[in-house]
Design a protein around this ligand. Sequence first.
Ligand code: GLC
Length: 744
Amino acid sequence: MNNRAIAVSLLLLSFTIPLFAQKKTVKDAIDVKVEALLAKMTLDEKIGQLNQYTSDRDATGPISKGSNKLEEIKQGKLGSMLNVRGAKDTRFIQDAAMQSRLKIPMLFGLDVIHGYRVTFPIPLAEAASWDLEAIELGSRIAGREAAAAGVHWTFAPMVDIARDPRWGRVMEGAGEDPYLGSLIAAARVKGFQGNGLGNLDAIMACAKHFAAYGAAVAGRDYNTVDMSDRMLWEVYLPPFKAALDAGAATFMNSFNELNGIPATANSYLQRDILKGKWGFKGFVVSDWGSIREMIAHGYSKDNAEAARQALTAGSDMDMEGRAYISSLAKLVADKKVPLALVDDAVKRVLRKKFELGLFDDPYRFSNAEREEKELNSPKNRKAARDVAAKSIVLLKNTNQLLPLSKNVGAIAVIGPLAKSNTDMKGFWSVQWDNDQLVSLYDGLVNKLGGESKLIYSKGCGIKDTTRSGFAEAVAAAKKADVTIVAVGEAFDMSGEAKSRADIHLPGIQEDLVKALVATGKPVVVLVMAGRPLIFNWTADNASSILYTWWLGSEAGNAMADVLFGDYNPAGKLPITFPRSEGQIPIYYASKSTGRPSTSDKDIVYRSAYIDSPNSPRFAFGFGLSYTTFSYTDLKLSKTQVKNNETFTASFTLTNTGKYAGEEVAQLYLQDRFASVTRPVKELKAFEKVMLKAGESKTVTFTIDKEKLSFYNAQMKWDTEPGEFKLMIGTASDKILLESKFELL
Ligand code: GLC
């Protein structure tokens, strides 16, 4: 390096050291303040900081009554509340906290899962965009709106990997894959926390539910989880580590037991892994009542034992369990819980309150003017519309019926979800009274400048079984040039405590689709749901199908943008769609087995069903476009790779159709032979590429040691020499380029 370069780098270094040191100094300064405050606190005041109640306004779980919350706040017995929102209400509660002896500010948490005032698509829908910037933007806007409404902390992102669509909370996460799920987890944390705690538009993120909640047996919420350490580390933990590496300020544990020990009292999870190996410095909040619920689990004989087990295992704050407030003081007095553990938990909580700037100004987030200005702004709604359009997945377009021309004649708009505003918000939307939700019908009216071309007929209900509306709906379809039918789930048919044993299109909605298709007129089917649904007849017989999930405030406008080609859909499924519940759990990164079935017909003495194809209805990573793409000229920079070497795989992606569009090209690898069997393929990279009609681009993936590593027979994260298969495709079941290389 020449002298000039040395001089420049020294000069740069002279700037960075103070910055780094400054950040460290701030941390030290806060630690000093935390210690000083802790020294003044009584044991009761310390325990108060570990106690969290809900407001009675928007409870998100079973409320336990029997306390005067305002009085407890004034006595310093309540350090945090959830489900309090708005500048006015948060200011009111904060006033009570300022009357406590030490004036320790209250911390306000809320489930800002996919938007605060402007509702974004449900997280599973956003995951279908495979657009990390869009996903981060959605969380950024949600964080900004929530912070403007007095909220300090969101209980998001939910990063639970889910491979069972019977589980209702699949809507809340990023699907089945740890690689995609980890990138999305990090994007959401960065979105919520913005430029860092202390900024007025930043709120604390909370990675949840730690851990493996999505693996509930039979897809039944809160049910048992039992899995190998390898499955835990390879599939369910990576998104949590990604969230932590992205700076997640808090974690939330989960309701489930893991291998016999409830997560809430699981020191392997919370102490060994999270606070030990991973060095987490934030705090862990229990899920709603999960400490108290360890009695029901058959793990704790009473609240006092549950409190001891939970705190000892690293659960710092008790959400709505009333276990800590009722038992910890005596447990410490009886030397059953070391005071040092209580102090550690309290310091973790206080540190976050200092980082948020609440000791400088407890009311800094509760500002009515900022709330008025920030919430539901046109800019925020425009962003929600863009993210929603990107979340839509085109599953079928056989006769290129889509995109529709604006000169199309009459359009029949049919189905129980066609005019629904409420269902567009999906589960876990904050402003349950959110009035400005654009329905599909509204979106069509906006797009076409009026409803003169539209013929509406509901056809049937979501869950009812009466066909009395069919005749009118069929008549509307016969009168129209094209029919758009909107079917699916009501907003509260997926979500917490919403497991479904039958995940077909509910009610007789598929019969309605059949009746409309039978008219012989062109039919576009929109499926709106919080999870993968089963609709085999529709999938086989309808010519165009869009999976629109629940798209939030701007749902109808986004759907209209896609229907009329103002946005060319590019969504890809983040989760496998089964043909039947009998196939569940079904996911792409499966093992070969000793008798792999190579096709739906290959079933004799094969790992296959005799009464169903083995393949899913729609595969992970699948999604069409109004245009087409070709994948050619795969080149590997090396076919023999030393252990620490990186190499590249590049290919030419061409837009071979007539519309500009985006394609998510996916890279999968298989370690062919290893000390433990490896999945037949694992997603290791992807790139979302915009191409004009006829345009080509060279796409290059870099493969490093991390992408070749796995937990070997000794559970050590490492590589092993041998052959790898390299696959590039437009979906996990549509591999278009294949090669192999050897790791030396
Ligand atoms: C609920 C959920 C959790 C949520 C919490 C507060 O039961 O499991 O995800 O953040 O309680 O509403």
